[in-house]
Design a protein around this ligand. Structure first.
Ligand code: ATP
Ligand code: MG
Length: 236
């Protein structure tokens, strides 16, 4: 469970300062699939980055599984990013000269695991995104859609409870986007909690819930109607 309590984030540029997040409160239950939408600059990425500890709040609190993120030590933050949350970004952020295996293995290596024990979790993660055949290829030789699937495999290899995805389909064509959405829906069906920032209304409809932001505030929080979702899933 993620509990966000009156979070504000103030940025200063020169002598001016403004609130990128201006009093956001939100509870996300375990197993939910939440889409965050809103205009460019509304604070979506800022919010996701706070949940992921990539940035810190100016005021307010974020609790994940009952723990106050602001009280984490450096070591706890590293462990949290490595094991509790899995990140997927619009621009993939793979190591281009590494193989697919090495990219997906990275979170395990960062967690201090090396050698043969890593083979199975990496293979399982790649199987889930249907990229087992490319395990030895260099990341830079893959298509955009394939690279994003590797990024998802990397995000799930340590079996995190939460997947934080910031416009995961933003750089992909329709066919590849559908593929990524199908993978995210599959992870959701397996019990993962998914928080996905998206500009695409159709992708947002695939979530359980759509949270809309404007000027650093949540302006609507709607449950997605199940019948509509079933139709969309059937169409996929
Ligand atoms: N490090 C920073 N320093 C100063 N301002 C920032 C910083 N990061 C974000 N901002 C500003 O905060 C506001 C919210 O940014 P954010 O990236 O969260 O928007 P977004 O909703 O994700 O937009 P987009 O849809 O374009 O990705 C924007 O006005 C942005 O310019
Ligand atoms: Mg953004």
């Amino acid at each position: 469970m993620i509990s966000i309590k009156d979070v504000k984030k103030r940025y200063k540029t020169g002598s001016k300062s403004f609130y990128a997040l201006d009093g956001v409160s939100l509870d996300i239950k375990k197993g939910e699939f939440v889409a965050i939408t809103g205009k460019s600059g509304s604070g979506k990425s800022t919010l996701l980055n706070m949940i992921g500890t990539l940035d810190t709040v100016t005021s307010g609190k974020i609790f994940v599984d009952g723990k106050d993120l602001s009280e984490f030590s450096g070591k706890q933050i590293a462990a949290y990013r490595n094991k509790t949350v899995g990140f997927v970004f619009q621009s993939f952020y793979l190591e281009p000269s590494y193989t697919v295996f090495d990219n997906v293995e990275l979170p395990l290596v960062l967690a201090g695991k090396t050698g043969k024990q890593n083979r199975q979790p990496v293979e399982e993660a790649l199987e889930l995104v249907k990229l087992s055949k490319k395990i030895k290829e260099k990341a830079m030789s893959l298509s955009g859609g394939e690279q994003q699937r590797v990024a998802i495999a990397r995000a799930i290899v340590n079996n995190p409870s939460y997947i934080l995805a910031d416009e995961p389909c933003g750089n992909l064509d329709t066919a590849n986007s559908e593929n990524i959405m199908r993978i995210l829906a599959g992870l959701h069906a397996q019990g993962k909690t998914i928080i996905m920032v998206t500009h695409d209304p159709e992708d947002a409809q695939k979530a359980d819930r759509i949270v809309t932001m404007s000027d650093g505030k949540i302006v609507s929080d709607e449950t997605v109607h199940n019948a509509h979702k079933t139709r969309l899933r059937a169409a996929l």
